[in-house]
Design a protein. Structure first.
Length: 332
């Protein structure tokens, strides 16, 4: 069975793609936070019209028990913490712990997937380059029935099918698949990265990124067009399961149950969507392991916060580091 036919036939496939982004792609906060109509406008004025994200030093509800998992790497003069995150959360999600706070406070610098996940002014021109295709509108690529469904779905994010007709399929699918999460109370401004970024900036800690916004967008934009269309069609068929599935994954993440995250997120994505799994996780984990190895050769303390999907499974960042002889321990 090809990936496209698997995606069409798997009832949870669209939820896996949406949740893969929620747990594995830092730009989600910026894309979901940007008005869809602003993204669709090709005029430069749209950048100014898009409201800037405003991360705040909000209090995080304290988790019961040990909370989310935290790992540590040490050598003679370096300490590196690895913390898995969720990019969109409900404001009421309890994930704060004393050990994460202590690790974060001890750090000289903070690494996120991208250093500017809240920078919509930087995002919109890149979206307009890689996410819009006026020469091939979606209305010519979907059936009349599908485009009618597209129009109805677009209304749930304050737009219309006509306004989003210029979207490439990957962007339309990502926007619409995140709509049920927003309806269920998930908010990119409550995502872990934006909160940690605000804390780091308030404390004067440098915030750096493993990737750029452009690199992250290209992960989705470079997927084959037939895969993008299959993703969009699946989104239109049924995306109501996404919130329920993310609830379960957040519960596992917030209690440090990495085995459950691996089983229901990473392993199923690997089986059902191998192309997406390779693009979203494996290749990027390898690149980040290279960068972490370079950091380890230096000195000081670094706190790394990346999507939780990158830190579970046989091809996690930790596993790749351990294959190189670098010891990774659970932080106490």
């Amino acid at each position: 069975m090809t990936f496209v036919s698997r995606l069409k036939s798997t009832t949870t496939a669209v939820s896996r793609l949406a949740l893969g982004a929620a747990l594995g792609l830092g730009l989600v906060a910026a894309i979901v936070g940007a008005p869809a109509k602003a993204l669709a406008q090709a005029a430069p004025a749209s950048v100014a019209e898009a409201p800037a994200a405003t991360p705040s030093l909000r209090a995080v509800p304290q988790a019961q028990g040990q909370g989310p998992a935290l790992w540590v790497i040490r050598d003679a003069d370096s300490t590196i913490y690895l913390f898995g995150t969720v990019h969109v959360l409900r404001p009421t999600t309890a994930w704060g712990t004393a050990r994460v706070d202590a690790a974060f406070d001890s750090a000289d610098q903070v690494y996120l997937e991208i250093s500017n996940p809240d920078d919509q002014a930087a995002l919109i021109p890149i979206i307009q380059q890689h996410g819009l295709d006026p020469a091939n509108p979606l209305s010519t690529r979907l059936t009349a029935e599908e485009f009618a469904k597209f129009d109805e779905a677009a209304k749930t994010i304050g737009a219309s099918g006509a306004q989003l007709d210029v979207f490439r399929p990957w962007l339309a699918a990502l926007q619409l698949s995140m709509a049920p999460l927003a309806k269920a109370g998930y908010d990119p401004q409550s995502g872990v990265e934006l909160i940690l970024k605000a804390r780091a900036e308030a404390a004067g800690k440098p915030v750096k990124g493993f990737e750029t916004l452009d690199q992250q967008i290209r992960i989705l934009a470079d997927m084959p067009e037939d895969v993008q269309l299959a993703f969009l069609r699946s989104t239109l068929e049924d995306y109501d399961d996404a919130a329920t599935m993310l609830d379960g994954m957040v519960a596992s993440w917030s209690t440090g149950d990495v085995d459950s995250l691996d089983r229901v997120m990473v392993e199923e994505m690997k089986t059902e969507m191998p192309q997406v799994y390779e693009a979203l996780l494996t290749r990027r984990n390898q690149n980040w392991a290279d960068q972490i190895q370079t950091l380890l050769a230096g000195s000081g303390t670094t706190f790394i916060a990346v999507g939780a999907a990158h830190l579970v499974g046989d091809e996690s960042v930790q596993s790749m580091l351990q294959d190189r002889g670098i010891e990774v321990d659970e932080a106490s």
